[in-house]
Design a protein around this ligand. Structure first.
Ligand code: ZN
Length: 236
């Protein structure tokens, strides 16, 4: 009887030791896994330029708007994010201080014609004049030549590239922000479509676009995207 009890005690102790060993091994593994998942879920470190991240570009057309563009610039600055603004000459001339701020804060500025004119068969010269006039307005403020143009409605004539030394920048993801004031809907659309090196089209001319754009930045940064100017996507 005594022998039997001793035997069972030994088995019990061995069992306890195996249990403890398993607990330590898997417990440590689990803690490690949770740490990795936590990082992936949003406990991201602050964005750093040196991070190996997936590039994507936000572009904003039609501005600058006297109120919404400043709001957007505040949000981008808080997040350390750079974007590209295709401004009209008309709006740039009205708000040179905002153009200056864009440049100071590291954003890229492109041409979106003077009065948001669409290139058609019969207005080639007028369109070209609008591009030149807008370049002059921007250069007057920033001191820099303007190389990129987002032609309104995407209509372009390739011969302008050699005539004006300007290059068109179209887009790969259309947020359709101009036709929906529902920011959540716009965010969902962009986040679902976003892939590496995409160029996202938005407008800094609506309050809902500003809300949506900043949410897009937050969501995609959690997913490991890094926001850059279109130049960094086109020539990298
Ligand atoms: Zn436009």
């Amino acid at each position: 009887m005594n022998m039997m009890r001793k035997w069972w005690t030994t088995i019990f102790l061995i069992d306890m030791m195996i249990g403890l060993l398993l607990f330590c091994t898997f417990g440590a593994k689990r803690a490690e896994q949770e740490a990795v998942e936590g990082w992936a879920k949003g406990a991201l470190p602050q964005y750093q330029e040196s991070d190996e991240r997936v590039k994507i570009a936000l572009t904003f057309d039609d501005g600058p708007h006297p109120y919404y563009t400043e709001q957007l610039l505040d949000g981008l600055k808080e997040r350390g994010v750079h974007a590209t603004f295709f401004v009209t000459g008309e709006h740039a001339a009205l708000h040179p201080d905002i153009i200056e701020r864009m440049q100071k804060e590291g954003h890229m500025i492109g041409n979106h014609t003077y009065s948001h004119i669409q290139l058609k068969k019969n207005n080639r010269e007028e369109f070209k004049e609008e591009l030149i006039k807008t370049n002059e307005v921007i250069k007057e403020i920033t001191g820099n030549e303007v190389l990129y143009v987002r032609p309104p409605y995407g209509s372009w004539d390739k011969s302008f590239e050699s005539e004006l030394n300007m290059f068109p920048v179209l887009w790969t993801v259309d947020s359709l922000d101009w036709c929906s004031s529902n920011a959540a809907c716009v965010v969902k659309r962009v986040v679902e479509k976003a892939e590496e090196n995409d160029i996202i089209l938005m407008h800094d001319y609506y309050e809902s676009s500003v809300t949506a754009a900043l949410e897009v930045v937050d969501e995609l940064m959690k997913e490991g995207f890094s926001f850059v100017t279109v130049e960094e996507i086109l020539f990298d």
